[in-house]
Design a protein around this ligand. Structure first.
Ligand code: B1M
Length: 210
């Protein structure tokens, strides 16, 4: 099955048509993961390329992002697990200064589907807010997302804040986002890097041994 028309609709930012195409693809028997990877994430890659080339601007990029988010809402029930058991609590957020949340939301959705309890702090999350949430929610993993090279240093700041607050021994740290790498994770003292939402689940299970 080709998801080219869906991708084009997301790139154009036609919210209604994209949501309908997503529903139709599901009705036609397409796999939700394939729709996500080949239809939606592929579209955002094109949007990013066009933006970098100056062929698309922030308002259009935002519209495409909103369109993708609507489609993800349609797919969401297909990723949710049936069990109510909690494998552990994960405090998740996009770091300070960064407003990108599509990837972070996908990570949240997959982790939730795999049985983790997610405390999603949203975007532009300060190191202090991560620290506060770990204490209040008894978090076992802190998951940070960054999409801008300029906001990646906030990951290191947050790890320092967690260490200063005395949480570093009890909490594991996972980081991800398009500009983040495994080497970067090692250099800032994170416990792991996950390149995509699926790997985030694998890594979270490994970190908590569940
Ligand atoms: Co922005 N933006 N953006 N943007 N944007 C990028 C990131 C950019 C690469 C585009 C480009 O130039 N080609 C570029 C960053 C360059 C850089 O620093 N390297 C960029 C820029 C420059 C900007 C602005 C500065 C533009 C401006 O204002 N001049 C501005 C910054 C605003 C801010 O944050 N302070 C800006 C704004 C925006 C919008 C608001 C318009 C919108 C975001 C809307 C939203 O998120 N609600 C937007 C968008 C949509 C993008 C692109 C096109 C798409 C991002 C996306 O959603 N990808 C992006 C180009 C691109 O990435 N191709 C771009 C799809 C998503 C599923 O992938 O987020 O990578 P991703 O998540 C993946 C993995 O990375 C991983 O799993 C996810 C699912 O598989 N992952 C994790 C993510 N977090 C993880 C955490 C984990 C583990 C895995 O553990 C905890």
């Amino acid at each position: 099955m080709s998801f080219e028309t869906l991708s084009q609709t997301v790139i154009k930012g036609d919210m209604q048509a994209a949501a309908e195409l997503t529903r139709k693809a599901l009705d036609d028997g397409a796999d939700a993961q394939q729709i996500l990877d080949q239809g939606l994430i592929a579209a955002m890659d094109v949007v990013g390329r066009k933006f970098a080339e100056g062929a698309m601007f922030v308002p259009q990029m935002l519209r495409s992002a909103k369109t993708m988010q609507q489609c993800v809402e349609v797919l969401k029930p297909h990723f949710q697990g049936a069990g109510m058991t909690t494998k552990g609590t994960i405090i998740l957020g996009t770091v300070k200064g960064d407003l990108h949340d599509i990837g972070k939301n996908l990570v949240a959705m997959m982790l939730e589907g795999a049985g983790f309890r997610i405390v999603d702090l949203g975007v532009d999350v300060s190191p202090a807010a991560f620290v506060e949430a770990v204490a209040k929610e008894n978090g076992q993993i802190v998951g940070m997302s960054a999409l801008l090279s300029t906001t990646m240093p906030a990951m290191a700041e947050t790890i320092t804040a967690l260490t200063t607050a005395g949480h570093r021994e009890t909490v594991k740290i996972m980081i991800g986002g398009a500009p983040v790498t495994a080497d970067y994770a090692t250099s800032v003292g994170a416990d792991c890097y996950a390149p995509d939402a699926g790997s985030a689940v694998t890594e979270a299970k490994r970190l908590l041994d569940v």
